[in-house]
Design a binder for this molecule. Structure first.
Ligand SMILES: [Zn+2]
Length: 479
């Protein structure tokens, strides 16, 4: 039997001819089954489905290299404008971690599912076709929802041995202790249940939470497990001053030196953030082939610049992640560029084409995939079309610049993963958007109520807003 053939003819198609991107005019991409079979200027007459993109550009699907899908809805309007003065790191240890714990231990399964559905709908519509997402083992439903939506997901259940318990009076994080072998056993059971192997869309990878929450012994076990099972590792590293000082006190090392001493460096490791790093730390990452996931908006929200360009200039393979507050991936790429320009005070660095490659090819390479993140014959058909017809996007001299500097997620018109059309005309196929949005919002309101009842403060003391009770969608009740 012949595989299903789709022919996509776009006004522009961005193909990957290393080391450059090429913009083709009026080409047709032929997709056979899950792969790109041809890229041609000749007329394609035989296909099961023809897609015409008149005023748009076809690009590879985005690879979100560091994310927490659950955090998108549950921290919306909470992390924004949060007062972080005085106690650096307190947002992570005082709010993010306890709210995450609560959502793993005290939230009904259907609510977790509803929130993941809302998050994945948002990501899918922004053109994210692959995501590397970290969560607590209790949130494994993420993988069911990713499967249901048809996106490509690398799920990383947390492995940790010293979970944060909050912050002390001077704003330093405090840590408890947990059995690290339990969390490796959890990882293995989730892996056995969900991982679809190298050709599958759903993968399960090792997610040691961070340098300060994992003992040296546990990290050595993570390395041994990764080598034995051939799975990727992803970890938070050098993301806050509090973390840096904890590792300095415990081991007399920087977080990156600590990773090296425990074997958590190498081409199979994605280290997220790496903001509080020296040039020597970056040498270690580069020389060991470790990838960095840079998440500029997370830090911009906190008043900090985390310039993507610093890592890529250092010769490190650098992808971009949203980290889970807003999922507009185009906006994240634009922020990566703007934050780099601001920090370096140079206008020509982090140009659009480099940002697009970071968000597609580099992210895919960091996942060990040379068949993703590029429009090339033989690559997987993970494709996105951005409509450039809107007034704000016209006229067009360079379609890549118009996407990166002027478009938003709502200009994404078509999304294909593994050769399957998931979004057409901006509308997700086979998904009831309205129901997903209201169920996801209601589940989040219930979590916020539970959090406030259990003493987690969702707003800074300085917040100028007095909150009213949450408005549930019609027919839903507070539970
Ligand atoms: Zn993170």
């Amino acid at each position: 039997m012949q595989p299903h053939r789709t022919a996509i003819k776009a006004r522009w198609t961005v193909t990957s001819d290393s080391p450059k991107l090429t913009v083709l005019d009026g080409a047709t991409v032929v997709v056979d089954g899950d792969k790109i079979a041809a890229i041609t200027h000749e007329e394609v007459t035989r296909a099961d489905e023809f897609i015409q993109i008149d005023d748009g550009v076809l690009i590879p699907g985005f690879v979100n290299l560091h994310n927490h899908a659950l955090n998108g809805p549950t921290l919306k309007g909470i992390v924004d404008d949060y007062d972080r003065t005085g106690t650096s790191g307190s947002l992570i240890y005082n709010l993010l971690m306890p709210l995450g714990d609560l959502s793993a231990t005290d939230m009904p399964e259907q609510d977790i599912r509803a929130i993941f559905r809302l998050a994945l709908l948002d990501m899918l519509k922004s053109g994210t076709t692959t995501m590397l997402d970290m969560w607590r083992p209790g949130h494994r439903i993420f993988l069911d929802v990713a499967r249901e939506f048809g996106v490509r997901a690398y799920g990383a259940p947390y492995v940790l041995s010293s979970p944060p318990t909050g912050v002390n009076r001077i704003g330093q994080p405090t840590y408890g202790s947990a059995d690290g072998s339990d969390s490796i056993a959890n990882f293995k059971s989730i892996f056995n249940e969900y991982d679809e192997g190298p050709q599958g869309r759903i993968r399960v990878v090792l997610g040691p939470h961070g340098t300060d929450t994992c003992s040296a012994e546990l990290l050595r076990r993570v390395r041994a497990t990764a080598d034995e099972m051939g799975v990727l590792i992803t970890i938070h590293a050098a993301q806050s001053r509090a973390e840096v000082s904890a590792i300095e006190t415990r081991y007399g090392m920087t977080p990156i030196e600590y990773l090296q001493s425990t074997g958590i460096v190498g081409p199979d490791v994605v280290a997220s953030h790496c903001v509080y790093t020296s040039d020597q730390d970056l040498d270690i990452l580069r020389d060991t082939g470790t990838s960095v996931a840079s998440c500029p908006m997370t830090f911009a929200r906190g008043g900090l610049t985390a310039p993507f360009q610093r890592f890529s200039d250092h010769g490190i393979r650098t992808g971009i992640g949203t980290d889970g507050y807003g999922f507009d991936y185009i906006e994240e790429l634009r922020s990566a560029g703007l934050v780099s320009k601001l920090r370096m005070e140079l206008s020509h660095i982090a140009p659009a084409a480099q940002l697009l490659r970071a968000g597609t090819e580099s992210g895919a390479s960091a996942l060990g995939r040379d068949d993703l993140g590029r429009i090339q014959v033989g690559a997987k058909a993970d494709l996105v079309a951005v409509d450039l017809g809107r007034a704000a996007l016209q006229p067009i001299r360079d379609p890549i610049k118009n996407v990166i500097w002027y478009a938003t997620a709502s200009d994404v018109s078509t999304v294909m993963v593994d050769g399957r059309l998931l979004v057409r005309g901006g509308k997700p196929l086979g998904i009831n958007e309205k129901d997903i949005v209201s169920a996801g919002a209601d589940a989040t309101y219930r979590l916020w109520e539970r959090a406030e009842r259990s003493g987690i403060r969702l707003d800074s003391a300085s917040s100028p807003i007095q909150h009213q009770p949450y408005q549930m969608a019609e027919g839903h009740t507070h539970g």
